[in-house]
Design a protein around this ligand. Sequence first.
Ligand SMILES: Nc1nc2c(ncn2[C@@H]2O[C@H](COP(=O)(O)OP(=O)(O)OP(=O)(O)O)[C@@H](O)[C@H]2O)c(=O)[nH]1
Length: 202
Amino acid sequence: MDDYKFLFKVVLVGNAGVGKTCLVRRFTQGLFPPGQGATIGVDFMIKTVEVENEKVKLQIWDTAGQERFRSITQSYYRSAHALILVYDISCQPTFDCLPDWLREIEEYASTKVLRVLVGNKIDREDREIPTHVGEEFAERNNMYFLETSAKEAENVETLFIQIASDLIKQARNRDVPKYDGITSIDDRTTSVGETNCCSKIQ
Ligand SMILES: Nc1nc2c(ncn2[C@@H]2O[C@H](COP(=O)(O)OP(=O)(O)OP(=O)(O)O)[C@@H](O)[C@H]2O)c(=O)[nH]1
């Protein structure tokens, strides 16, 4: 029953209140939960999807945005295959914190991690960050970019399916040397990082 070809770990990070939990719930359960409380530490959900005729199990880790949980959440970065950095398009401070988040990602995540920038809450009328500003930031920092609405289910499925598809491609490329009986050092998807530090985000 639990047959899947790939297992990928996807971790969401970003300031408190940007909608990380809602994005995960929308994708895994198809709902927009009312009165969602702040995440305490880290939560995770699993969803198996079929991408390119392959069954892919996504283990999605939803981290708390609040500063006081930072040392817990950092420890989840290092084994992530993909990191989704989320900001709220209607809240400038959440965008202004992105460089701090990137520093954190660089310190704790694998250098090979797939990094995706997401501007959430595009259903809101009070936008503060234009699309092109998010796009340029992503481009400068070698990240994929997508704008979403967890509320209206816009681009949420696309976000996770695209990540799964890219990770399959990466995994397949890394698999090639194995067919010759050679294990590439590139097979390592994680890197080592210490987890005690605090950067001022939020
Ligand atoms: N309008 C709108 N509101 C959203 C959207 N996504 C989340 N929200 C709201 O934003 C608030 C915070 O959402 P959460 O998903 O709890 O945010 P979070 O990033 O997980 O917050 P922490 O767990 O504290 O890190 C809630 O009131 C949600 O209803 C969206 O796409 N559109």
